[in-house]
Write a protein that binds this ligand. Structure first.
Ligand SMILES: Nc1ncnc2c1ncn2[C@@H]1O[C@H](COP(=O)(O)OP(=O)(O)OP(=O)(O)O)[C@@H](O)[C@H]1O
Ligand SMILES: O=P(O)(O)OC[C@H]1O[C@H](OP(=O)(O)OP(=O)(O)O)[C@H](O)[C@@H]1O
Ligand SMILES: [Mg+2]
Length: 290
């Protein structure tokens, strides 16, 4: 039987990635210190890899496909096929941001103010390129991590660092001067693997289901009963992916109405639906939206 070698990112993206696979129908079992986790699909062999190195291993064919941040694909300048953007980060379903930041009371207000200064970052190539294009000469120094501490300690004048919730920036009293890049997780494939029909189909299956599970995260189903004469009043305020489904209730003038809506609209929507004559409203979560 053929097998697809799939890289799963270690670190910040690991938990969210394994959880997304679970929702998509694949159980990845990680035991302590084992870098080759079990997966309940004989056609996939998983391997754990640092997000920073993933794109290199996909590019050179060690892995057929893998998940990692767009930031590191760009930083490594890897020649890989991007199969899908999967918008999630460590704790949210939003992109993370790479920002230029300084201590709160620093005189630096703009990129140009950093001429001749020192910048610490994990994303050295990207940062050098950014400042070269801006025509500002800076000394970019590689940082192994805990980068926020370095600018506070005065070891550099500014940092280029990733932020998601902003908690670390706030906790260290840092000020964002500029947002340099948005990044999100991507599913990438080795170019030769992508041209192999069996592997491509397997990668596309993974892509389809991961995207479906991710889309479902933000949505819920709503179902309600509505008397015929109130139907238009109710439908008028229903946002929906497609137009709402309606069905007649058995031997009655009532209809059942079903829609898929954004989770965040529900608390506004439900009281209005009640006012307009809907009853027996139920909300249910969705596993996948295709
Ligand atoms: N909240 C976040 N913090 C840091 N990286 C994040 C976050 N959300 C998403 N990412 C992405 O995770 C990848 C970095 O993950 P990785 O595990 O390799 O580094 P790390 O989590 O910083 O590891 P380490 O604990 O060694 O610093 C990048 O692609 C980055 O964009
Ligand atoms: O905006 P926030 O939600 O606070 O997340 C961003 C923080 O998370 C990452 O740190 P990491 O855990 O990777 O530690 P490191 O700095 O040692 O790499 C990143 O380097 C930031 O410090
Ligand atoms: Mg880190």
């Amino acid at each position: 039987m053929r097998q697809l070698i799939l890289g799963i990112p270690k670190g910040s993206l690991q938990e969210a990635t394994i959880e997304l696979f679970r929702k998509s129908g694949w159980k990845i079992s990680l035991t302590n210190r084992n870098y080759f986790p079990e997966i309940n699909d004989p056609e996939i062999q998983c391997s754990i890899c640092r997000a920073q190195e993933m794109s290199r291993y996909v590019e050179n064919g060690t892995f057929d496909a893998g998940l990692t941040g767009k930031d590191w694909i760009l930083e490594n300048d890897s020649d890989v096929h991007v199969v899908a953007d999967l918008i999630y980060s460590k704790v949210s379903q939003r992109p993370a941001r790479w920002v230029l930041a300084v201590p709160y009371d620093s005189p630096v207000q703009d990129v140009g103010d950093l001429e001749g200064k020192k910048i610490a970052t994990e994303l050295v190539n990207f940062t050098r390129r950014y400042f070269a294009e801006a025509g500002v000469r800076v000394d970019v120094e590689f940082s192994w991590g805990a980068t926020e501490a370095k600018v506070i300690a005065g070891l550099c004048d500014a940092i280029v660092e990733v932020t998601e919730t902003g908690a670390t920036m706030r906790a260290n009293g840092l000020r964002i001067v500029k947002e340099l890049m948005l990044t999100n997780t991507q599913l990438i494939a080795n170019k030769t693997a992508w041209n192999d029909p069996w592997k491509r189909e397997k990668i596309e299956q993974i892509s389809l289901l991961l995207q479906a599970a991710l889309r479902a995260e933000d949505l819920v189903g709503l179902k309600m009963n509505v008397p015929k004469e109130k139907l238009n009043d109710v439908i008028e305020i229903l946002p929906s992916l497609t137009s709402p489904t309606t069905a007649h209730l058995y031997q009655s003038d009532w209809l059942s109405v079903e829609v898929v809506v954004s989770k965040h609209t529900v608390r506004e929507l439900v009281p209005q639906l009640l006012k307009r004559g809907a009853v027996g409203i139920i909300e249910y979560s969705l596993n996948k939206v295709i």
